[in-house]
Design a protein around this ligand. Structure first.
Ligand code: DLL
Length: 435
């Protein structure tokens, strides 16, 4: 089985990677300065010109870009090429504020699909595989990215898109899907739905899953691996940097290799913007080193993670990032305490619950209310009321130990929390409605 999609690049020495990144950065800064007036203005305001960027160390002289810049420059203000040279648009779902619209030249599409192909091969994929793509197709980057990657690897590709779970299962069983690509919450749901149809994990042909686009915990990984009988790999990316494939997990399943030939990664303190040393926890900042149409320099992702250059047993040399541990802008502050939804998920999965929960926050009489609705399994549903109440208290105690504050837990019947075919809605924050 082929272990790497592009061995020379994926296992290049550190010196080779640094050389490649430096050369690309110098060229890219010139490209952006000459072609993106919006960023040129930001550079001029900081008193920096392309000649000042002579190596990777100089990158800290460049200004950051953030989502507000994308909104301000919407839709064409950050284009790096003639629109005529662009062949594709993808976009975010745009639930908050204006959508992010990203543009691609044919070369951008090719490089993006290669990044996704690396992820598929790292998950054990080859031209022998049937790759079942259940990420949404359309403007969302998940479907298009993994679909393109699967083609490059030579997999038999099933462009399922999301939804219609019965049809997903039928195709999976009839076509013998071996690799599943979708959000982790949808993978968990597929596992549940298959169990309901009395299909045991050993009866499907799946061997691996490539899951991303939303936060998920180690406990959720184990739960999905068990319910589908697979190995579950993480994949990370964002529309602004093409989509999935900025980073992907290998057989070690301990963090994701960032495709350093295309992206330069920094970790900064989200409050001060100061660049932090390797091993520090902070906000990931990405620079696209060779994108033509949408070349973002020092883009603040808002995702909080840690980078590590520890040697990886898979042979890949590219830096690894941990799973995003939350977003600097998605952290909930409830009664003054910082709470990440992932902490709640960790407690629930450790206590044997499925990852079907929803957090609801409101403000009554100037005090935050904090409720968590958690689904019971069918076995738990037959418990006596007093048993259920005891379980709710037990969860509240564990939550207090993890978070420092305790939500009100409501155990609810199976299927009462709406399932998501794409990214799960974990948090309903009604406090925002009063702003
Ligand atoms: O979610 C791209 C993608 C598609 C990635 C399919 C992986 C698989 P956006 O819709 O622009 O793009 O959302 C990007 O999603 O900033 C993270 O906060 C979050 N995210 C993406 N991958 C992961 C992951 C796609 N593996 C935003 N773990 C990012 C945790 C993730 N969060």
């Amino acid at each position: 089985m082929k272990k790497y999609y592009q061995k020379e690049i994926e296992t290049a020495s550190r010196e080779e990677i640094i050389k490649m990144q430096s050369e690309k950065l110098i060229k890219q800064v010139r490209h952006v300065y000459d072609n993106v007036p919006y960023y040129r203005k930001l550079m001029e305001e900081r008193g920096v010109c392309p000649e000042d960027i002579r190596s990777l160390e100089d990158i800290s002289r460049l200004p950051f870009l953030c989502k507000d810049d994308l909104r301000e420059a919407y839709p064409y203000g950050l284009l790096g090429t003639d629109l005529k040279k662009c062949v594709r648009i993808q976009s975010t779902s745009g639930t908050t504020g204006k959508r992010v619209v990203a543009f691609y030249t044919q070369k951008d599409v090719d490089l993006w699909e290669e990044c996704c192909a690396r992820a598929i091969v790292a998950a054990g994929g080859s031209d022998e595989d049937v790759c079942h793509v259940a990420y949404g197709y359309g403007l969302f980057t998940g479907g298009a990215g993994l679909h393109g990657g699967a083609h490059k690897v030579g997999c038999l590709t099933l462009p399922m898109s999301s939804g219609n779970t019965d049809r997903q299962i039928q195709f999976m069983m009839d076509m013998g899907s071996t690799i599943l690509c979708c959000t982790p919450s949808y993978a968990a749901y597929l596992g549940e739905a298959m169990a309901e149809q009395n299909i045991r994990p050993e009866e499907n042909k799946l061997k691996a899953g490539i899951f991303g686009a939303e936060p998920w915990t180690e406990e959720m990984r184990r739960s999905i691996e068990k319910s589908l009988g697979i190995k579950a790999y993480d994949i990370y990316g964002l529309t602004e940097t093409s989509g999935p494939g900025v980073a992907f997990e290998c057989e070690e399943q301990s963090g994701m290799h960032i495709n350093e030939d295309h992206f330069y990664a920094e970790i900064i303190d989200p409050e001060t913007g100061e660049v932090l040393p390797e091993g520090s926890k902070g906000e990931l900042v990405l620079t696209s080193l060779d994108k033509e149409a949408f070349p973002l320099l020092r883009y603040r992702t808002r995702d909080i993670c840690i980078l590590s250059r520890k040697k990886c047993s898979c042979g890949r040399t590219h830096v690894k990032m941990t799973k995003p541990m939350g977003r600097s802008d998605d952290m909930l502050i409830i009664r003054g305490v910082n709470v990440f939804p992932s902490q709640i998920e960790t407690v629930l999965l450790k206590m044997g619950y499925l990852p079907n929960y929803q957090i609801e926050i409101d403000r009554k009489n100037n005090t935050d209310t904090f409720d968590v609705y958690v689904e019971m399994s069918s076995a738990q549903m037959s418990d006596k009321i007093s048993d259920i109440q005891k379980k709710e208290k037990d969860i509240e105690t564990s939550m207090r130990a993890m978070l420092g504050i305790s939500p009100k837990i409501h155990l609810v019947p199976i299927k009462s929390i709406a399932r998501s075919e794409g990214k799960a809605v974990r948090v309903v924050d009604r406090r925002k409605l009063n702003e």
